[in-house]
Design a protein around this ligand. Structure first.
Ligand code: GLU
Length: 417
């Protein structure tokens, strides 16, 4: 009989259950950790450019705030579901705990297709989402940020809307804002940069020379596009394939990521880049490379393709790119996975810096941001690696052990059970 595939949130719960089993946690703590603390489901009426009003569905999940206010991005996506937002909110909880920043986990989503909306419609939707949830968020309560198909401009509108409703300027309510309205230097490429710091540590551990390494990156949003540039410029690695939602490009001799970026900006996609062959997203994942970065959407590595993955390191810049079945296959085959909530934690780490700077009205220079980010990412990677080596378990389970133990300790100390 075919097993029904797990939903994304069931997948997150199954991962948690495994870690809790090893940690031998109190059943009450386990029960609290398996479910989100609060969920908001909202309807957002938006006057479209043609004069008609359309109602969009939106969500905000506040998963756990034992270690601090909830924190996590907002996605604008046509296939968004509450199940996906729940899973992502759980992973934000583990992410903030893994890098040991004083924040809990949350996530938001709006079902919409931003590619088919005008700038004005997007602004009205962004403001409408805040009108619907503003009483439940705030610098001490829940602090959103950008994620799939949302960007600094959208964060700027949301911060403005929240500030108008409150009656005072509140830069601490949201992160990933443009610099001129309280953003942080270094937030733009923070997810990719944090990921690169973890790749550097993984390469050291595996004795891989990054200046000779080949790389394929799937997904060309904020994380993927910045990762191509940083791995090329900082580590001298050879980027042999990249892709976006329309398809991929491949050149065994290496791509110039700056030119690819320019091509994407001019044509709307990486495909048909003159100095490369077109390829598909599925083919890209199976290329013979040293480092594979899934940097787009969830569940791209599954039991169907995991056995054909040839990369030595899988660096998960996306959230949830690997299913539990694929995880097992990869681990068995000796692929070293840097799990999502460790690998992509650089974004929320610099969000944390932005929040701190906003609350203090005192901003740091870029060097300070990079240096602090490097320190946090390296320390988190080493803590997870130590756990993985000590217990002879894969890096994801090790990251869960580190994170869940920290959240559970905070819950105990606060007297939640
Ligand atoms: N959306 C990013 C993530 O998944 C950043 C979240 C944040 O900065 O709060 O980690």
């Amino acid at each position: 009989m075919n097993k029904k595939p797990l939903s994304l949130f069931e997948m997150a719960q199954a991962q948690l259950d495994e870690a809790v089993g090893i940690l031998n946690l109190d059943p009450g703590i386990h029960a609290i950790l398996r479910e989100p603390m609060k969920e908001f489901h909202v309807s957002i009426p938006v006057k479209m450019d043609n004069g008609q009003t359309k109602v969009f569905k939106g969500f905000r999940v506040q998963y756990n705030n034992a270690r601090g206010p909830c924190k996590g991005g907002i996605r604008f996506h046509p296939d968004e579901t509450i199940d996906v937002v729940r899973a992502l909110a759980a992973w934000m909880t583990w992410k903030c705990a893994t890098v040991d920043i004083p924040l809990g986990g949350g996530k938001g989503g709006v079902i919409c297709n931003p590619k088919e909306m005008s700038e004005d419609e997007l602004e009205r939707l962004s403001r409408g989402y805040i009108d619907a949830i503003w009483e439940f968020i705030g610098p001490d309560r829940d602090i959103p940020a950008p994620d799939v198909y949302t960007n600094p401009q959208i964060m700027g509108w949301m911060m403005d809307e929240y500030s108008k409703l409150r009656g005072y300027s509140s830069p601490g309510v949201i992160t990933g804002k443009p610099l001129a309205v309280g953003g942080s230097l270094g937030r733009g490429d923070a997810t990719a940069r944090g990921g690169v710091y973890t790749i550097i540590e993984a390469a050291k551990h595996l004795n891989i020379d990054l200046s000779k390494a080949t790389v394929a990156i799937q997904g060309y949003g904020n994380a993927g596009s910045n990762a191509t540039i940083l791995l090329h410029d900082m580590s001298g690695s050879k980027i042999i394939a990249v892709s976006d939602s329309k398809g991929g490009i491949y050149n065994q001799e290496g791509l110039d990521p700056h030119q690819v970026l320019q091509h994407k900006e001019e044509t709307g996609s990486v495909i048909n880049f003159p100095e490369a062959e077109n390829t598909s997203n599925a083919e890209l994942l199976e290329l013979s490379v040293d480092i594979l970065c899934p940097a787009g959407l969830e569940t791209v590595l599954t039991e169907k393709n995991a056995s054909r993955i040839k990369a030595k390191i899988v660096a998960e810049l996306a959230n949830g790119p690997t299913t539990p079945e694929a995880d097992e296959i990869l681990y068995r085959n000796g692929v070293f996975s840097i799990p999502d909530f460790l690998c992509n934690a650089g974004g929320v780490t610099v969000s944390y810096f932005e929040w701190v700077q906003g609350l203090n009205r005192y901003y740091w220079d870029e060097e300070e941001v990079h240096q602090r980010l490097g320190k946090i990412m390296t320390k988190a990677f080493q803590a997870v690696l130590a756990e993985s080596l000590k217990r002879k378990i894969n890096m994801r389970l090790a990251a869960y052990i580190v994170a869940v133990a920290r959240v559970a300790e905070a819950m105990r100390l606060r007297g939640w059970i």
